[in-house]
Design a protein around this ligand. Structure first.
Ligand SMILES: [Fe+2]
Ligand SMILES: [Fe+2]
Length: 552
């Protein structure tokens, strides 16, 4: 039982959720009084009461607090889907998430600087999800467990294991993993590091192949540019059913189990920093569609209160910002305007903050919908250009990473929408004068789109200009445009590795983007150069000192 077509067309995500939950007053009461959407700490599964009785005559859709009296024999249950994230301070804060297939007693982690010297049990927070999707065979219960660990030492490898009563990771085979905290800031002797990014991953052989090549880059963190699992393959932010009939989105929550299992080999060691795409709006769990996201992921939580996947952190000399472009999308407007402008106001204040940090050389912003792309599928999102690009220009953002278009594409550096100069493969960009470089990195594994012009990448250069494309300039409005900024195009599964070299005496800081195919072949390379910043030892008279911004 979904929302009738004629209503769904006119309803925002919040209105759809309200309509759905209004059919189920008892569950609505439970949800709003309940815990997980607000991030409240539950003491453990033993607080939960029976899901079976709650779903025996279940209506077709809607959120609820999972309730159960019974827990499984812990010895017969293995945790799975471990995934890490940084807190707002990557030097000292690590967040550890995982899943269990059935309720367990007293879930916990142990963590320490040596695998044989782990801490006592640190209790986990339980964020359960329960869903009954219209037309599906039965309910799906998912149990997400989380621990926030603060007070860690910078630049330190920690060993950790997750467990519960009856399952002890310290003695279970292969159950101990590692995580490394970020280095202190402002060090003149800071080491180079690499981070990686892609969007639009889903569950597939290509997605798994990309994970493997990403792991071989030894990234210190990975950016996921939205459209994560595709449990909702429709991606319109509409009410959900198992079939997509009557104008609803198709939805299968069990896809998340496959996805989180797929990424565990990497995400259990590398913080997996997530942005939200159109396929990540799920009307089932909360008015903004993000109740499921909040249950599955740990977001740093330093963005606007209403935008869970909007946040920022500093790693070394790089400031990173995650945005939610569903808030400004003309193409898919289910959540358009949901932050009431608070996200854009926060972005401005955060960019000001980052540009005041003398040890931050590069500012990298990532979100889902492309400001600039030429594919035949989604092309460019005019809402992003109208709301955020002027801020990127004002604050000289160095690099913008997007997904949504399932390809790899790089623009020449842009300011005011115009290219500063043509930058061939292997070229150099001075962002302060040349402009911001925009990358579409949507070849994470789900599927592939195509371009109106020939591919152009390393070993296959085809400079084509101008290219006729379009931008979503209003809700449902595509406005044609002729562009000259599409420098590199690749139709294939791929990702980017970003190598950051802090400044040294007489040498500026550099940020080198390498686009890499799932086969490991390099497709593109461009180096961004910043001569400002405290790390330019000597230029500001700090040679020989160890400036430390740990208190910042
Ligand atoms: Fe996508
Ligand atoms: Fe998308």
């Amino acid at each position: 039982m979904g929302i009738p077509d004629r209503l769904a067309e006119r309803m925002s995500m919040a209105e759809q959720h309200e309509w759905l939950t209004a059919q189920r007053p008892s569950r609505r009461t439970l949800f709003r009084a309940g815990a997980f959407g607000a991030g409240t700490l539950l003491a453990g599964p033993s607080l939960l009461s029976s899901a079976a009785s709650a779903t025996a005559s279940a209506p077709p859709a809607g959120p609820t607090l999972v309730t159960t009296n019974a827990t499984a024999n812990g010895a017969s249950v293995a945790p799975f889907a471990r995934h890490l994230a940084f807190g707002a301070d990557p030097r000292r804060q690590i967040r550890i998430g995982w899943q269990v297939p059935v309720p367990v007693d007293k879930p916990f982690i142990r963590i320490g600087t040596h695998p044989s010297d782990l801490s006592g049990r640190i209790p986990a927070e339980v964020r359960p999800l329960h869903s009954v999707v219209a037309g599906a065979a039965g309910p799906v219960d998912q149990y997400y467990l989380h621990v926030a660990v603060d007070g860690l030492r910078p630049d330190t490898t920690y060993y950790y294991g997750v467990g519960h009563q009856g399952y002890e990771p310290a003695t279970a085979s292969g159950a101990i993993s590692t995580v490394h905290t970020a280095p202190r800031r402002g060090r003149w002797d800071a080491e180079p590091f690499t981070f990686t990014a892609f969007g639009d991953q889903g569950v597939s052989a290509h997605a798994l192949a990309n994970d493997g090549v990403v792991a071989r880059q030894n990234p210190v963190f990975h950016l996921l540019l939205g459209d994560i699992a595709y449990a909702d393959p429709s991606g319109q932010g509409k009410p959900v059913s198992s079939t997509g009939a009557n104008g609803t989105d198709i939805y299968d929550p069990s896809v998340w189990d496959s996805y989180l299992g797929q990424i565990e080999a990497v995400a259990s060691r590398v913080p997996w920093m997530v942005a939200t795409g159109n396929h990540d709006m799920e009307a089932l769990y909360s008015p903004d569609g993000y109740g499921g996201q909040i249950a599955r992921w740990n977001f740093p939580g330093n963005g606007p209160r209403t935008c869970p996947s909007v946040y920022s952190f500093i790693y070394g000399n790089v400031g990173v910002i995650s945005l939610d472009a569903n808030d400004v999308s003309n193409e898919i407007p289910a959540n358009r305007g949901y932050s009431n402008g608070s996200q854009t106001a926060w972005l401005k204040s955060r960019l000001e903050f980052l540009r005041r940090q003398p040890d931050v050389d590069f500012v990298v912003v990532f979100f889902h919908h492309c400001a600039y792309s030429t594919t035949n599928a989604h092309a460019s999102e005019g809402g992003v250009r109208a709301e955020w690009v002027p801020l990127f220009d004002t604050y000289r953002v160095d690099l913008v990473l997007n997904g949504h278009n399932h390809i790899y594409e790089r623009t020449d550096p842009l300011r005011g929408g115009r290219p500063g100069k043509a930058v061939p493969i292997g070229g150099t960009v001075h962002p302060d004068t040349d402009g911001t470089t925009y990358l579409a990195v949507g070849g994470g594994g789900r599927s592939l789109y195509n371009f109106p012009a020939a591919d152009s990448y390393a070993g296959n250069v085809n400079d084509v200009a101008p290219i006729t494309s379009y931008s979503w300039t209003g809700v449902g409005v595509k406005t044609p445009e002729v562009v000259a900024w599409s420098r590199v195009r690749y139709t294939g599964y791929s990702f980017v590795a970003v190598d950051v070299r802090p400044a040294r005496p007489g040498r500026p800081a550099t940020l080198t983007v390498r686009a890499i195919a799932e086969s490991g072949t390099e497709l593109d390379r461009v180096t961004l150069v910043r001569t400002a910043g405290l790390c330019t030892v000597g230029s500001r008279g700090v040679s020989g000192t160890r400036a430390d911004f740990d208190a910042a």
